[in-house]
Design a binder for this molecule. Structure first.
Ligand code: C2O
Length: 390
């Protein structure tokens, strides 16, 4: 056991795109073997397949739970099962934690089976228009289509409707909002612990919910969804999209203590109880051994001002615009931009010194031929001075 712990202290991993795994990759072979191994463990073992699935949801009357066997004590079930957060601003961080421990548990099973110590959970990017197979569940999950394949599940729809995998959610700037008193947020409404909240945030609605519904079978119901091995690749993609959203800039996670200080209970790869804090899972490189996503920079956008999220929720007011196009060449160019004082600010009786707004400089319709050069933009450069690149 000691070795297993040490082996998992490996460097940060990159979660791969399941459709870009090299043909030589044995990632899914090891995943299948680990799932098979986890299924042999009793449901009282936190590292078993059933226990992991029940953390998300559990209903002993649902046929997908046939064969669950002996259950942990009611107290333990109350503390660790049926925990998934939906219709909540905890939707993203809770599922992120859930995946991080699951990845570690699968990784430990792989090491136990003699496999590599650097296994990482792949993600399924069903919205990738450059991939002709993107809408189809990767074949390792469907072939062979019987219980000899640990990644297979009955009653699945193997191909998604393209209308269900669109990414408009990425355009939603505020993280939080209920769609009633405030616009619907990217990450869900502010709630307390919310196992089955109804008002889903933009990303949770689409693509998240529709992918579940469309695949159907166990995936179509939160009480059974995590029993399907494809669940975890779907959620790795949702988790990746959280980072993609942040990387666009002008987007920030909640800063309220009710979000950052909230904690959830899990078990680690040794089956030991553990607690994670929402505020601590914002940077994926700092979670357990740390991870990034193939093709997605992990870095947060440089110094995101918390104010941006607020400003984004308020309609913009144009305070100035250039009235003619500007042709750029290799020499410095200058233009005057008359800025009127903000009527909204004036209405509040604020002087510009008290103003708390953010002013954006917006460039539109930039066209050209050839490789784009770099232009520096200076505001209010004192006349006679040159920019720092001369
Ligand atoms: Cu907790 Cu995709 O569900």
């Amino acid at each position: 056991m000691q070795n297993v712990i040490l082996d998992l202290e490996t460097e940060m991993v990159e979660r791969p795109n399941v459709y870009e795994l090299p043909t030589s990759s044995d990632n899914l072979t090891w995943y299948a073997r680990a799932v098979e191994r986890m299924k042999t463990r009793p449901s009282t073992d936190p590292t078993s397949w059933h226990y992991q699935g029940a953390i998300h949801g559990f209903n002993p009357l649902n046929p997908y739970w046939n064969g669950v066997g002996q259950l942990p004590s009611q107290q333990e079930q109350d503390d660790y099962w049926r925990q998934c957060q939906h219709g909540s601003w905890y939707f993203l961080p809770w599922h992120r934690m859930y995946l991080a421990y699951f990845e570690q548990i699968v990784g430990a099973a792989i090491v136990e089976l003699g496999g590599p110590a650097d296994w990482a959970l792949p993600f399924w990017n069903y919205s990738d228009s450059a991939n002709p197979n993107a809408l189809t569940i990767p074949s390792a999950f469907t072939t062979p289509a019987d219980s000899s394949n640990p990644l297979w599940m009955p009653n699945r729809n193997d191909t998604l409707n393209p209308d269900y995998v669109t990414l408009e959610a990425l355009n939603v700037e505020p993280y939080t909002g209920d769609g009633i008193t405030r616009p619907l947020g990217f990450g869900g409404p502010e709630t307390v612990f919310s196992h089955s909240g109804r008002t889903h945030g933009a990303l949770e609605r689409l693509p998240h919910d529709m992918v579940h519904v469309d695949i159907g079978g166990a995936m179509g119901n939160p009480q059974t969804a995590a029993l399907d091995p494809i669940f975890w690749l779907h959620h790795a993609n949702i988790d990746r999209l959280w980072q993609v959203w942040l990387n666009q800039g002008g987007r920030v996670n909640p800063t309220e203590n009710n979000w950052t200080d909230f904690t959830f209970d899990f078990h680690d790869s040794q089956g030991q109880p553990t607690v994670m804090n929402v505020g601590d899972v914002q940077d994926t490189t700092q979670i357990l051994r740390g991870y990034t996503y193939q093709g997605v920079p992990a870095a947060l956008p440089a110094a995101p001002a918390p104010r941006l999220a607020l400003a984004a929720a308020i309609p913009f007011e144009i305070v100035g615009a250039a009235n003619a196009p500007l042709a750029l060449g290799s020499a410095p160019q200058q233009m005057d931009l008359a800025v009127a004082s903000s009527s909204r600010r004036a209405a509040r009786g604020r002087s510009s010194a008290q103003a708390s707004g953010v002013t954006y400089l917006h460039f539109e319709n930039i066209t050209g031929t050839g490789a784009p050069p770099v232009y520096d933009v200076y505001l209010n450069l004192p006349s006679g001075t040159a920019g720092d690149t001369g």
